[in-house]
Every structure is written in C-alpha cells, then in structure tokens.
Design a protein around this ligand. Structure first.
Ligand code: 26Q
Length: 751
C-alpha cells in the first residue's frame, strides 16, 4: 500500500473532515507501518550503541524524508487543504539528551541505518528528560519537560528484564523507536523504563524525592548530582541501563545462534563515554552466571566492547565511590575487584589502576583495559589523549587508540533543515551528493560565478527572514534580517566561553556609545542550557539576559547591536537557527572542546566559523581553507603549557588591559544592578578576575580583532558568498556516513 492509501485508511474518513490530532496520528501510523515493511531479518553480528543520551530531535519530517515519501504526503495534505508544517510542529521533541554527545549518537543511528548496517541504540526512556528551560527575572529556571504523550513514535515491547539492585529489584520494560535510514533499512532505538515510575512526585520546578528510586528512576536525564542522594540516583540509572542492556544483548545474540564464548562474533558494544561503562563488569557477571569461567568471560567481553572518549575535562571522567556501587550493584563489585587486581599485577603504575587509593573506581580506566578499541572524536582530541591525558595507557596499548572524527547526518542538517539550499545544490551539481557527501566539492567550480553567489545570499536571506518570524512568534522579539546573524548555540560551559562572547558584546556596546558604529548591525544569538547545579554557568546566562535588556532599551545601541537569547534551545530550534547563521562562534579554549559538531552543521549551511584551533575546527580549517574561516587565540600547545607552569594570572590582564577592565567592570555596573541580581553578577566578576580557569582574557584582543574583521568582511557580499560556498563545498568530509564507515572498517566489522 502507498503512503497515500495508508493515511486515508488510518483516517477512516475524508481527510479534510478529520481533526488535526487524527491526521497527525494517521501520519505517524503510516510511518510505523512502512517502517515495519522495511525492517530486515537480523543475523550474525550486530552493533549495540549504548548511551545515556540520544538527542534524536523530532521524527515525523525526518522519517518521511528518509522513507522517500515526504513530497507525496505533503501533496496529499495540501490537496485536502492542510499544511504539513502544522503536523511537523505538533510533535513534541523527545527530550532524551543534553548536547553534543547525545546528538552524535542520534546522527550515528541515522547513518548506521542508511548504510544498511545492523545496529541499535540502547538507552533510557526518561519521562521528563532534560529539563525545560524558562527565563524568569533574567534567570534560568528549570521545569519538567513532558514529551511522551505528544510523540506517538514510541512503541511498548513485551520484553522485560529483571534488574537486581542491592536492596531491591525492578522490572526493566523495553520500549522501541524506529530508526529509519535514508532509503535504507530500519533499525531501532531500545529504551528501558520501569512501570512503577510516578510522574506526580515532581512538585515545584524539577524538585522530587531523590530517594524513592522505584518512583523516580527514569524521570530525568542527569538529575542534580550535587549531593549524595543525587549521585546515588545517577548510579542507579546507569546500572539499570547497563544491566537491562546486557541482558537484551545476550538474549538477542543467543537467539541469533551465539554460544556466549563467541559473543564478539554476534555483538559489538560501543560505549558512549563513561556513563554506560558498568556494562563491562555486568556482562562478565552475567556470562559467568551462565557458565563461562571468569577468564573466558573477561576475554569475550574485551573483544566485544569499544570505548569512545568525548572529553578530557576531569568532571566527565567519572569516578564512583566503591561504597555507592556496593549499595546499588553489589553483584559487580567483586568483578571490578578482579579486573583491578589483574591490572595491578600486570602494570606497576598506580595511575592506570581501576580502583584508586581512595576507593574510587575510575570508569575510563576500566574501559581502556577491558575493551578492544579506544577512540577520540577529532584528530587533535585523539592526539591530546595519546600524548597527555591518557599517555600512560597509550604506552601500554598503542594499537587500541584510534581517531574517529565526528560527523553529522546531512539528512537532518541539510535536506530537512534547509530544503531551499538542498534544491539549489541539486540544480547545480545533481543529487549525487545526497548519497556521497564528497560530491559537494563539485561546487568549487562556481566560486567566481556571480549568479550562483547571488542565489546563495538570497537563500541565506530567506532563512534569516523565516527565523526572524519564528523568533517573533516564540519570544515576541524583533530582529533585523539585514544584520549579521552571529550565533553561539551549545551547552553552557565555561570552557566553551560564552563569557568571552559576552565580554566582546559589552566592549562593542561601549564603542557604539562612543560613536564608533559597527560596519554592519549585529544580532548576537545565544542558545544554551546550564546544568541546574552549575552556578557560574547560570550566572553567565544571567549576564547575557541582562545585557539583552540593557541593549534593547538603549536607543543609541539597539539598532546596531542586539542580543537574542532563545529560550529552551533544543534540536528543533537548532534546525531553524543554523541555516540562518552568518557567523558561527566556536570559541572554546584550545584543547578543551573534544570535537564540536555544531561547527559542522554551520559550515554545511554556509555559516562561516569564528573559532579557535580546537576540536574539529582544526580539520575544518584544513578543508575549507584559511580565507574561509576566522581563527584567533592561543593554540592548544600554548594553553597546555600555561596550565602546566601555572603562570596565568587573570588579575594582571584585568589591571593592564583597559578594554578588559571596562568590560569586566560593567558586569556590576549600576545599569546591570538595576535589573540584575547582585550576588550572581559579583560572583561572576570575581570568578573572572581571580580565576578565569578557561583563560578568556589572554584571547580577548585577538578574538575582538577577528570578530570585527569578520563583521566588516560581511559587508562585501560577493566575497562573503564565496566564503559560504567554500564552506559548503568543504563540508562533505563531516558527514556521519564517513564517520560510521570508519567505525565499521576499523572497529565493528559488521556484515
Ligand atoms: C558526568 C558526570 C556527572 C554528571 C554528568 C556528566 C556528564 C554529562 C554529559 C559528562 C559529559 C556529558 C556530555 C558530554 C558531551 O556532550 N560531550 C561532547 O561530545 C561531542 C560528541 O563527541 C563533542 O563534539 C563535544 O566536543 C563534546 O563536548
């Protein structure tokens, strides 16, 4: 049956007579039905991508595109007087992730299915997911983010698995979501939940009783872990995910013919950062329960697991107190002790042991010893891991370490987010790039073609006008479509340096007040959530929101400089923002951003990067050429050296650099105090002057110069459009199809 027939059937009567809810559900059921038909029988080896986050975004449009029925459905609806956009907007965005790591997992699942590989995601079905961000009194407030009822894509499975915690057991219930490859196969995202969870226990904002595990286990992603109760809940979540996941894997492999001692021929388990690391001891435990001896179980697991590191920040290199794990998952403690004992006997280096002298378990260390592959996510990041952070491990296992530079799915970040640009590219170079992203290079020959460059500018303007209208609708904020759209949209973190961006904007404000008008009006867009317990990050949001108000109410300033901070930045918002961006801010302190993937989405849509030589920016620089990217700031070697010798004194910069002092002092200026919170603002100011751990001041001047230059260059439309074109044509390498082909070639060996 065609999509048209299916939708008509599910509607049960004339489409034009149905209400929106009925039509929405008919589309969803049609997608599910066609998905069912495209599912393939599984045999042999399968990938299990296990992750605490899957930031998949809305599914309706994506699935219609990937099934190849978008145009058909759109026409059917419009023939009946309905606009497809309405149904696209009705879908609640699944709230199952936070940032880059979760979005990467989603892009990977898309590419795995598109490349016709057999592989599922494994994670948790969080009812309220990551919190919903609202702004009140220029502060971030957190609210619950219910999404389950308004999605329709999640399907309950009859499978359940018993998970034994130290003091009680729960039944893990499986839910499935179809992952539809582009003209490819259909895989699944497997999400575990418990039936006893009780949404009603969430009272004010996102506050709830953290001790009532049977009621709260799957409510939130990353519950506040600033106290022991919160940390304990995180440990329960992690063990829940890996125990149910391990049972599912063993179950499925056995049904495909696995005899357990050959598990690695049936499963490859990619561990996404350390959140799922307990799957290693859990699998060993389960295999020994099923009769394997410990030595065999360890070897089987080592050959089945692979670990990806996404950060070198110490906060994310998880360490669990052994006492916690004894309470949550006593069954794996003796296994972890055996694993640690073997390491200690094998290597005379306490830095590579699993359990340290403070009785803490270093999850990454366990991953590295007991998996077959360790990868970083961009060339620079992998080099830093090998040469500094994980050097002791690299010297033991040089062959395990490998790089897999991140990528993004072009289906969502080009075809879906920017149909106007996609259509134009097809016109120019045919549709070969849709299967082979490297064909975007063909665009280079149009570098001097005025007609092509003009069209690129027109498309960018179209996307800017669309965004302007959307933001007006959502936040009642006016934007000038003719201004430079400069964007920094990512998790809020000091190392990403939203504060550096804000200091520039304060400096610009002073320049304007002194009559120095920017060469083009500037709209600085921010989108960022701060972890609820991350005080300084919330202070930075407060600063940005206050600046937004001050600039807006100042007539001299507002026509030249505006800030727009979007509320509750998420994947759906990103799809609207990215195609409309002129300058993309990728300004992390060199050496700190493992890769970044937003950077890739921007260049694919003709946004020009203003950034440091960090993460994947380094590789983007190589692909697009130095005239087409604005690089500033100290490089990673300088930064690493400065940390080592402890020579950085922010107060010296503050005292000696007038611009820096003026901008920093403004944080507690009278104007700020009138609308801001004194405690937050003083705290932030002090932090900068006395600590500035992520070294914003040393990069300030070169950042200012580079940003001013970019804004001035923007005025030369033709030259700017050339940069856009070179960015688009150099972006093919950053397709997640390329990344997944490399994972499969080097690690997974599927098919
Ligand atoms: C750790 C301990 C306790 C609580 C929370 C966490 C925690 C939570 C989330 C640690 C890390 C994360 C998320 C990390 C993340 O998103 N990393 C990003 O991964 C992207 C994909 O590889 C990279 O492109 C980004 O550079 C990296 O920041």
């Amino acid at each position: 049956m065609t999509a048209t027939q299916l939708i008509k059937n599910y509607c049960g009567r004339e489409i034009s007579l149905c209400n929106d809810g009925e039509i929405y559900m008919a589309i969803v059921r049609t997608i599910r039905e066609i998905g069912r038909q495209r599912r393939k029988k599984e045999s042999g080896k399968k990938l299990y991508y296990i992750s605490a986050e899957f930031l998949i975004g809305r599914l309706l449009t994506n699935n219609l595109i990937n099934l190849g029925i978008y145009d058909e459905v759109k026409k059917l609806l419009s023939d009946n007087g309905k606009d497809i956009e309405k149904y696209e907007e009705m879908e609640a965005e699944p709230s199952l992730g936070n940032g880059g790591l979760g979005r990467l997992a989603a892009c990977f699942l898309d590419s795995v299915a598109t490349l016709d590989l057999c592989g599922d995601g494994v994670g948790i079905n969080y009812h309220f997911g990551l919190f919903k961000q609202v702004f009140r009194d220029n502060l971030q407030k957190e609210e619950k983010n219910p999404w389950l009822l308004d999605s329709g894509f999640l399907e309950k499975d009859e499978k359940t698995y018993k998970v034994d915690f130290g003091d009680f057991s729960v039944l893990a219930r499986l839910y499935n979501l179809d992952i539809v490859g582009y003209m490819g196969r259909v895989n699944k995202l497997r999400l575990f939940d418990i039936d006893t969870v009780d949404e009603k226990i969430v009272k004010e904002g996102i506050a709830f009783d953290k001790t009532d595990i049977e009621k709260n286990l799957t409510l939130f992603l990353y519950p506040d872990d600033s106290d022991d109760k919160g940390r304990l809940l995180r440990a329960y979540q992690q063990y829940f995910m890996v125990s149910a996941g391990a049972q599912l894997i063993i179950d499925e492999c056995e049904s495909r013919g696995c005899k357990l001692y050959d598990l690695y021929d049936y499963a490859v388990i990619q561990i996404n950062d350390t959140h799922p690391s307990m799957i290693i001891p859990e699998l060993i435990r389960l295999l020994t329960k099923k009769g394997l001896n410990v030595d065999d179980a360890i070897e089987v697991v080592r050959k089945s697991c692979a670990y990806t590191n996404h950060t070198i920040l110490s906060e994310a290199l998880e360490k669990w107190e052994i006492g916690f794990i004894k309470k949550v998952a006593p069954g794996i403690v003796p296994i972890i002790e055996i694993l640690d004992d073997r390491v200690r006997r094998g290597f005379d280096d306490s830095l590579v042991s699993i359990i340290d002298n403070n009785e803490k378990i270093h999850m990454a260390n366990m991953d590295i010893h007991y998996s077959k592959s360790v990868n970083g996510v961009a060339a620079l990041h992998t080099e830093i891991l090998k040469n500094t952070e994980l050097n002791n491990f690299y010297r033991i296992y040089p062959d395990k370490f490998n790089n897999k530079t991140n990528g993004i799915t072009f289906r969502r970040w080009l075809y879906q987010a920017n149909p106007e640009l996609t259509a134009f590219l097809k016109e120019l170079i045919g549709d070969g790039f849709m299967k082979n992203a490297n064909e975007l290079e063909k665009l280079k020959k149009y570098k001097e073609d005025k007609g092509v460059l003009t069209r690129l500018i027109q498309i960018k303007n179209t996307k800017k006008v669309q965004l302007k209208e959307y933001i007006f609708k959502m936040q009642n904020r006016e934007m000038l479509a003719e201004s430079v759209f400069d964007m920094q949209i990512k998790r809020l973190h000091e190392y990403k340096r939203q504060q550096l961006n804000a200091l520039y904007l304060i400096d610009k404000y002073f320049e304007i007040k002194e009559g120095e008008i920017p060469e083009a009006p500037i709209t600085a867009v921010f989108g960022a959530k701060a972890a609820p317990a991350y005080t300084i990050a919330k202070d930075i949001i407060h600063l940005i929101l206050c600046l937004e108000k001050i600039f807006l109410s100042d007539k001299e300033v507002s026509e030249h400089l505006k800030i727009v901070m979007v509320e509750n930045y998420n994947v759906s918002y990103a799809e609207k923002l990215i195609p409309a961006c002129d300058i993309s801010e990728q300004i992390s302190l060199a050496s700190k951003e493992a890769s970044g993937t937003g950077n890739m989405k921007f260049i694919l849509n003709g946004g020009v990067i203003l950034g440091t030589m960090d993460g994947a920016n380094v590789e983007i620089y190589e692909k697009v050429g130095k005239e087409n990217i604005y690089i500033f700031g100290d490089d990673s070697e300088t930064v690493i050296k400065r940390y080592k010798d402890g020579s950085y004194k922010p107060s010296e910069f503050y005292e000696n650099n007038k611009r820096i002092k003026r901008a920093v002092d403004f944080i507690t200026d009278e104007k700020m105090m009138q609308i801001g919170n004194e405690i937050c603002l003083s705290r932030l100011k002090n932090e900068l002057i006395n600590k500035d751990y992520f070294m914003t001041f040393p990069d300030f001047e070169s950042y200012k110069n580079a940003r001013d230059k970019a804004i001035s260059d923007y005025n030369n439309k033709n030259e700017w459009a050339k940069k856009m074109l070179m960015n688009i044509s150099g972006s093919g390498y950053f397709s997640s199809d390329r990344t997944i082909e490399e994972y499969n070639r080097d690690i997974w060996h599927l098919k």
